[in-house]
Every structure is written in structure tokens, then in C-alpha cells.
Ligand binder design. Structure first.
Ligand SMILES: *Cc1c(COP(=O)(O)O)cnc(C)c1O
Length: 450
């Protein structure tokens, strides 16, 4: 099998980056020089026999088989096994709602959200791929959840320093406590400012030539290294519930569309996926695009209770456009229309209001005694919409966070307190501290150089 190379989604634009580069370069660059996102030049196939043979395999075994297709030119099997063993020490429970409806709990990682799947893998991969004697420094600006997922994932990895910047007044006390107490090689900086200020400080540091010796690296969400691990679990879930190579539908609560993109790539690798349901909250730019062919980003995005999905211009939409032979830039401008007919064949997207999200949490609790949180509820509601128009077939909804992260809403709506998972309980007992900092680049620079 030939090596998979990576190209920019903007390669065909005037002045676009036309090179095809290896995984390692794309991984450490993050974004292409023309602001495009990196895409694999081809998608490897998994034959039917291999998919059928996944039945009964552990998550680690499945992830190894799938990710090896992408990474065998970069890493030895031994290193890939080490990464997977150290990244995935948690399970994916699958709950049954009825004969044809399942819920995949993606929330059993150290920070109780599906973000752990990408963050854990990416951190350990970076550790293995970086030159042995080179120290690197990861800078992350966060408004909450991503910071803790990345911090936990890099904790204790030698030769890597992590600085997480968050707006001191804009993260919840639980989020703050979580990030501040990760410790070891992970430090937090509470910036007197907004999330945008944190992002600006990080960007300024990347552009600062006098910091070159720190080997600053980003771990942001558009990195191709965060997409690959999100392909593997679709194969695992499929093998757990599908029979006889039949098709199944995945309903995926979506914000930046990275999670669902993993499913789209799995489908192109050969996984029998009937339909991918891209479930969004009131930020409905994508379902409106599918029905009208007009793309209008939503700015500022709407603040819904499924807050990790309050995205008015999903970054990974550029990758979807690329897969469907179109081109979209980061500002939401279409340079080439994708094949919408094909998109509609494979994708279904619907916008769910907060009101319907809450109603779904109540309904599911009443009917099944299962507690959903707002993101997963958007996924179930979207699946119900799809089923109003189509025959009911085998379907899985992804539950992307633990309900215990949203105690106020859950207690108010169903009168039950969600059980707090062990990963969240131990945070209360941890101790830590943060660096308080003004919104000032000179101060930030000093901290980095210390
Ligand atoms: C990030 C996140 C999402 C959205 O995932 P995308 O890959 O950005 O579409 C959904 N639910 C939760 C809980 C999240 O943290």
C-alpha cells in the first residue's frame, strides 16, 4: 500500500498550497500555509472480511487495526500499540433503548466527553513522533472543556510542556478546578480577559521569532491528528450491534463537525453506514445549506444549552466540501459548490431547538429511565425527525458528554441527580494552582521564558 499524503482543502484556489506532504509534517503544522485544512489524498479501504472479523474485538484492537491503515508509514506497530494502550484506558458502553435504537456512551474518558478520544490519541502520538531529544511546548487557548481534555492527555509526557490559557472570569468553577489541578508538565494561566484575548496571546507567541527555541506547537481542533482517532470508534460500535454486514445509521450531535467527519471517512473506508445524521442545535447553517444551496454562517453563534455545539461556521465543513468536490474557505465563502445531491444521499441534517432538547431529555427518562444530557438529546431528537420521514432501521445515537456535567438542567427537568463518574469525583480532592496574568503579551512571554 502506498503512503497516504496530505493536501490543503484550498489547494485549487489562486495562491493555494499545492504540495502533498507526509502525515508528520501535516500533523506538526496543524493548518496549511494557505489557511486550508489538511486532507488525506486517498482513503484506505477495509474489506468486508476484516469488518466482519471485528466482532468481539476490544476497543484497543479495533483502533489499532483502523489507525494502522493511516499510520503504518509513520510508526512501528509497537509504538502504535503503546499509544493506543496509553490513550484508551476507558470503555464505550452501549445502551439499548429498543430493538433498533442504541446509545453509545462516548463520555467515559478522563474529562467525561468524547473530546478525550481525540485529545488522548493526539497527545501520545505527538510524544512518539517528536524528535527524541527535542523539547516542545504546547499552547492551548480554551473557553473550558477542550483545555482539560488536552491537559489530561499530555499529563506526564516527558519533553513536552503545556500551557493552557483561559479567560479568568469565563470558565465554570468545575472547569477551572479541573484544569488547574492536572499538574506535572501542565500549567494553566488565568488571563484577565476574554477567550479571544487568550487566542490572540497564543497567536502572538507563535509569531514571535525570539521564542523559536521553545518549539511552540498547537493542539487545536483542526489538526488532522484529531480526526483520525474519531474514525475508529464507528467501526467498534458497528461491530458491537450490526448483524450480517447490514447498514446502520449514526446520529451525531455536531458543532465543528469533526466527530461526524470521522463517520464519513469510516463510511468511505467501507463501513456499511446507512445515513449520517448531523444533529445541530439552533445554529442551523448546515441544514439550511442542504435544503437551499446557500451557505450563511451564523455570527455571533446562538447560545443554546448544548453549549459545546454553539458553532455558527463549523471548521470541518471545509473538509466535507472537499470530500464532495467543492471548496469552502474558513470565512464561510464558497469557492466551488460541492455535489449537494450526493451529500443528501449520505447525510441528513436537522436543527433542534432548546425546547425540543429538554422535551427529549424528559421523554427518554420517562420511557427508558436513561439520563441524556443536552448534546445527546439533540442527537436523539434528530433521529426521531429522520424516522418520521423514513422506515425505522437500526440506529445508534452518540452521547458525547456525561449528564453529570450539566447537573442544574438535569435536576430541574427530570428531578433526578445524575451520578457523578469517578473521573469527576477525584477532581474535587486534587490540589493545584494557576498563574494569574493580565491581558498582556510581555507578561505572557516572560512566563514562557521562565
Ligand atoms: C465538542 C462537542 C460536540 C461537537 O463535536 P464536533 O466534533 O465539534 O461536531 C458535541 N458534544 C460535546 C459534548 C462536545 O464537547
Amino acid at each position: 500500500m502506498k503512503e497516504i499524503l496530505y493536501c490543503s482543502t484550498n489547494r485549487n484556489q489562486k495562491g493555494g498550497f499545492r504540495e502533498e506532504i507526509g502525515f508528520k509534517d501535516a500533523f506538526f503544522m496543524g493548518l496549511a500555509p494557505d489557511n486550508g485544512l489538511f486532507m488525506p489524498t486517498y482513503i484506505p479501504k477495509i474489506p468486508k472480511s476484516e469488518i466482519l472479523a471485528l466482532k468481539g474485538k476490544t476497543y484497543a484492537e479495533t483502533a489499532f487495526l483502523i489507525l494502522r491503515k493511516f499510520l503504518k508509514h509513520e510508526l512501528s506497530d509497537k509504538d502504535l500499540k503503546w499509544i493506543i494502550q496509553n490513550a484508551y484506558y476507558f470503555s464505550i458502553p452501549i445502551e439499548k433503548l429498543d430493538e433498533l435504537t442504541y446509545l453509545a456512551r462516548m463520555d467515559h474518558g478522563p474529562t467525561a466527553s468524547f473530546k478525550d478520544f481525540a485529545a488522548q490519541f493526539m497527545a501520545k502520538l505527538m510524544y512518539k513522533l517528536k524528535p527524541k531529544n527535542r523539547k516542545i511546548t504546547i499552547l492551548v487557548a480554551t473557553s473550558g472543556d477542550t483545555g482539560s481534555a488536552i491537559g489530561e492527555a499530555f499529563r506526564g509526557l516527558g519533553g513536552i510542556e503545556v500551557f493552557i490559557l483561559y479567560p479568568s472570569m469565563e470558565v465554570s468553577s468545575v472547569q477551572k478546578k479541573h484544569m488547574d489541578t492536572i499538574g506535572r508538565n501542565v500549567r494553566t494561566i488565568a488571563v484577565e480577559g476574554k477567550f479571544d484575548d487568550c487566542q490572540r496571546l497564543v497567536k502572538q507567541a507563535f509569531a514571535d521569532r525570539s521564542l523559536k527555541h521553545l518549539n511552540l506547537t498547537s493542539a487545536n481542533s483542526i489538526n488532522i491528528g484529531r480526526i483520525l482517532p474519531q474514525i475508529a470508534y464507528y467501526f467498534y460500535i458497528y461491530a458491537k450491534i450490526a448483524e450480517n454486514y447490514g447498514k446502520i445509521i449514526f446520529s451525531i450531535p455536531s458543532g465543528n463537525f469533526g466527530n461526524s467527519l470521522g463517520c464519513e471517512i469510516a463510511r468511505r473506508m467501507g463501513l456499511p453506514v446507512g445515513k449520517i445524521i448531523i444533529a445541530v442545535n439552533e445554529n442551523d447553517e448546515f441544514p439550511r445549506f442542504l435544503s437551499s444551496g446557500q451557505y450563511e454562517k451564523i455570527e455571533p453563534s446562538k447560545a443554546c444549552i448544548s453549549n459545546a455545539m454553539n458553532i455558527g461556521n463549523p471548521s470541518n465543513l471545509a473538509r466535507y466540501f472537499d470530500l464532495y468536490k467543492g471548496n469552502l474557505d474558513k470565512d464561510g465563502i464558497i469557492h466551488k459548490m460541492p455535489n449537494i445531491m450526493k451529500m443528501k444521499e449520505n447525510l441528513f441534517s436537522v436543527s433542534i431547538t432548546d425546547e425540543e432538547t429538554i422535551k427529549t431529555i424528559k421523554d427518554i427518562y420517562k420511557k427508558h429511565s436513561i439520563i441524556l444530557e443536552p448534546h445527546g438529546a439533540v442527537g436523539i431528537a434528530a433521529l426521531n425527525h429522520y424516522r418520521k420521514q423514513h422506515k425505522k432501521t437500526l440506529s445508534v445515537c452518540m452521547e458525547t458528554a456525561d449528564p453529570a456535567k450539566f447537573p442544574e438542567i438535569i435536576i430541574k427537568e427530570i428531578g433526578a441527580r445524575p451520578k457523578v463518574p469517578k473521573s469527576m469525583k477525584i477532581i474535587g480532592k486534587r490540589k493545584g494552582k494557576t498563574i494569574l496574568m493580565g491581558n498582556d503579551y510581555k507578561e505572557f512571554r516572560k512566563i514562557l521564558l521562565k
